[in-house]
Design a protein around this ligand. Structure first.
Ligand SMILES: Cc1ncc(COP(=O)(O)O)c(C=O)c1O
Length: 460
């Protein structure tokens, strides 16, 4: 091994980090005279920082990624063996783990059939957007190119993905954005746009039809939606929502793109979030949990029907999907993903996510009875959010500083939780939990006890 961790001088490393690394999502001013945090090891659901402090990680690597937990030697072994055998060739040619993983993945996704590999969730979404635009170019002279996205959803960091993101602050200062992306309203029943109604899900979904009709159905190629909105506040769709969305897509010949970057691969207690709702997507994109962070890999999965449209006129040299992702050819990604999938299957982690998710929701609902600050508890599987409010009657959101204090208090207690931040003007008020799919009732008790104590202290 070229990097002997026992020989590393941690003080030197922390100094190098402070001096040279620009961290994600970070205002660096406070780190002029203190060191940024650094995580150095992990096993199961727990990680240790550079000061030797251990934490229970209730957000799977900060951003709902390490689904099978830390320290999985068999994934590391699979990646190592693959790299020694054949590390890379551009994905115009196949590789062994890529073909094997694609087959196993498709077995979990009835109705889908083709997997396009790249490296990040943003990139996976961009691929689908390019496919939609190219189909418009090939079949409608470019007319049916628009893509509808939803308020509060996030689809990634690149300019195209940000153009399709419904988070005002997350996008702020990074425009101008790409044309052809159009926003539709959110579906958060707790913040209903129609007051108290019996058919909120249907009404929220019908907003899609309104946007399609306003834009002209002949101009709309696709709609991209998270099955359960993640960073926008863990928004579980209301009853009746998806049936209506699916119906509208069929009616106007609009392709349905489901962004499973967070929900995919077991997180919500089914293999994919959309499988809770009987949806038949045209595109499914996924990234984070695909290899649990052991390698960078993302997938844009589509149907044979969509795939066939790129072969329809093989004599036209412009008609096939002329896209490449250099590192979509790294064999380490599918090697890690294949092993990750086997672990999830062998250990029954999808079922565990469903069962532990129920337990977590039950415990948080009990906490809600104790703490007035908790306005709403929602989620599916091991993917749960709690919206904090100043007043339950008015639902006025707490300031962003409140979830920040609660998360900091939990961290002091040795539990890392997440929170929505810098995404919306008023609604950065949701605490997020997404522990690894291996988590136990005892882990959940520890997480909930930490939040309980933090709420006592912060809410006074
Ligand atoms: C729903 C969703 N889609 C896409 C992305 C972008 O993924 P990446 O950061 O891998 O580009 C994210 C990232 O958090 C996400 O939550």
């Amino acid at each position: 091994m070229s990097l002997d961790l026992d020989q590393v001088n941690i003080d030197d490393v922390l100094e190098s980090d402070q001096a040279h690394v620009w961290h994600h999502l970070t205002q660096h001013k406070p780190f002029e005279d203190k060191k940024p945090p650094m995580m150095v090891s992990g096993k199961g659901i727990r990680i240790t920082d550079a000061n030797g402090r251990e934490y229970l990680d209730a957000v799977s690597g900060g951003v709902w990624t390490v689904n099978v937990g830390y320290g999985r030697e068999r994934i590391a072994d699979a990646v190592r063996d693959q790299l020694v055998e054949m590390c890379y060739f551009a994905n115009a040619a196949g590789n062994i783990p890529g073909a094997m993983f694609a087959k196993k993945l498709i077995e979990k996704m009835p109705g889908m059939s083709r997997v396009y590999f790249s490296n990040s969730g943003s990139e996976a979404n961009e691929k689908a957007y390019k496919m939609v635009r190219q189909l418009a170019a090939l079949e409608t002279d470019g007319v049916k190119h628009k893509i509808i996205y939803r308020d509060r959803d996030y689809h990634g960091t690149t300019i195209g993905a940000l153009s399709s993101t419904g988070q005002f602050q997350r996008k702020g200062q990074y425009g101008p954005f790409a044309p052809g992306f159009v926003e539709m309203p959110h579906c958060l029943e707790y913040r209903s746009q129609y007051g108290e109604v019996d058919n909120y899900g249907e009404l929220a979904a019908l907003e899609l039809e309104k946007v399609i009709l306003r834009e002209g159905p002949e101009t709309v190629g696709a709609v991209v939606l998270e099955p359960i909105t993640a960073g926008g506040g863990v928004i579980t769709p209301p009853e009746g929502y998806w049936e209506t969305i699916q119906h509208i897509c069929s009616k106007y010949n609009v392709l349905l793109h489901i962004d499973e970057v967070v929900c995919g691969v077991g997180r919500t207690g089914k293999w994919f979030g959309y499988q809770h709702y009987g949806i038949k997507p045209d595109f499914v994109t996924m990234a984070k949990g695909v290899a649990s962070g052991y390698a960078a890999i993302s997938c844009t999965v589509t149907t044979e029907a969509v795939f066939d449209r790129f072969k329809a006129n093989a004599d036209d040299p412009m008609s096939y999907f002329r896209d490449i992702s250099t590192f979509g050819g790294c064999a380490s990604g599918p090697a890690a993903a294949l092993e990750n999938l086997k672990i999830i299957e062998e250990e029954g982690l999808v079922d565990n996510a469903a069962q532990m998710g129920e337990y977590l929701l039950e415990k948080l609902r009990m906490l809600q009875q104790k703490h007035q600050l908790i306005g709403d508890v929602r989620g599916k599987g091991l993917f749960v959010g709690m919206e904090l409010v100043k007043d339950r009657a008015t639902k006025e959101p707490v300031d962003e500083s409140v979830p920040a204090q609660i998360a900091a208090d939990c961290m002091e207690q040795g539990v890392i939780i997440g929170r929505t931040n810098r995404s919306f003007e008023k609604f950065n008020n949701t605490l997020c939990l997404s522990p690894a799919l291996i988590c136990t009732p005892e882990d959940i008790d520890e997480i909930v006890d930490a939040i309980d104590g933090a709420l006592d202290r912060v809410a006074g």
